[in-house]
Design a protein around this ligand. Structure first.
Ligand code: SAM
Ligand code: SF4
Length: 327
């Protein structure tokens, strides 16, 4: 039996399949990040079981994220098995792009419809600084591979930090338009301590980005909604959509249709709060028992909050880093 909150709201599940990554973006991880012991991660089979039960309960969109999801060994198995679920309309991945030259075609044939690729700058040196030693060439090769593979849509995600990359917003939009892909700008969220920058000082609002873009492009708001925190704009005559994810300026929980599963199996009902349900415990205590799992999922929905607050002048109240949660 479905509960009302489940039917009304939650149609979208994001699954973080690992907290590990080949990059260490300054807004996401600290320099000496400690990763979870492997035994505490959900197994690939457990991930598929949980994903499948969500779909049977009414979820029709799953995004696989991380850490770097394509860094998890044998992860294609998860994509293939979830891709076979008929009721799943949309299977997507958020990736830093470095492994796409290797995996793009297989992801497409596994049924992945859309790909989000993180790209915060177009300048090689800056990329190296923002990712603590990444090579932008790999990401651009990944984008090429994704475009060749023919996904329905490709979107770039750019976290904008004042005095680090805020001066590139116009260039990033121009690049997205030239490549025929979408782009979303993301305000940095204060998740976990990251060490080397002051988050209040680096804050650059979506409103400010729109003002910068307005000097070069005519932005028209659209009614397009993904049921989440993004607001989309269009530029007349241009195919690419320009999105803004504004956790500070928009307290978006009321309209939020998504929940998140961490790599260790905690079901988070909101990015901005710590309420969670331990689904790893449920699957391990009841091996192969889908009913027990579904009951736990439905019960957890009652924890979904109506709102959250982030305060840049406070210490982070959320101790998880983004690589644990998945963006
Ligand atoms: N490694 C993949 C990637 O970078 O796309 C997937 C995981 S990453 C955690 C998912 C998204 O979260 C990325 O678009 C990343 O830029 C974003 N992100 C990471 N830390 C963030 C933070 N503190 N605030 C806002 N977005 C963040
Ligand atoms: Fe890795 Fe993605 Fe976090 Fe960057 S944002 S450190 S690529 S998980």
């Amino acid at each position: 039996m479905l509960t009302d909150p489940f039917q009304r709201h939650v149609t979208y599940l994001r699954i973080s399949v690992t907290d590990r990554c080949d990059l260490r973006c300054v807004y996401c991880m600290s320099e000496n990040m400690k990763f979870l012991p492997r035994a505490s991660l959900l197994t690939l089979e457990e991930i598929v079981q949980i994903g499948r039960c969500f779909v049977e309960l009414g979820v029709h969109k799953i995004r696989i994220t991380g850490g770097e999801p394509l860094h998890r060994r044998d992860i294609l198995k998860v994509f293939r098995e979830l891709g076979e679920l008929e009721a799943l309309r949309d299977l997507t991945v958020t990736t830093n792009g470095t492994q796409l030259p290797r995996f793009a075609d297989e992801l497409r044939s596994a049924g992945v419809t859309r790909v989000n690729i993180s790209l915060d700058t177009l300048r090689a040196e800056r990329f190296q600084a923002l990712t603590r030693n990444g090579r932008i060439e790999r990401v651009l090769e990944g984008l090429d591979a994704a475009q060749r593979a023919g996904f329905d849509r490709i979107k770039l995600n750019a976290v904008i930090l004042k005095n680090r990359n805020h001066d590139e917003v116009v260039d990033l939009v121009t690049f997205a338009i030239e490549r025929g892909v979408d782009i979303s700008f993301i305000e940095e969220m204060p998740l976990g301590t990251v060490g080397d920058h002051d988050r209040a000082e680096c804050y650059y609002s979506s409103e400010q980005i729109r003002a910068d873009l307005a000097e070069h492009y005519e932005l028209q708001p659209t009614a397009v909604s993904s049921g989440g925190p993004s607001r989309y704009y269009r530029i007349p005559g241009v195919e690419s959509r320009i999105g803004f994810i504004s956790p500070h300026s928009h307290n978006f929980c009321d309209s939020c249709n998504r929940v998140r599963l961490t790599s260790e199996g905690r079901l988070l009902l909101c990015l901005g709060q710590e309420h969670s349900a331990d689904l790893r415990h449920v699957v391990r205590a009841n091996p192969g028992d889908d009913d027990a799992l579904k009951q736990a999922i439905v019960a957890a929905m009652a924890l979904k909050p109506k709102g959250h607050e982030f305060d840049l002048n406070e210490q982070p109240v959320i101790f998880r880093h983004m690589n644990h949660t998945g963006g």
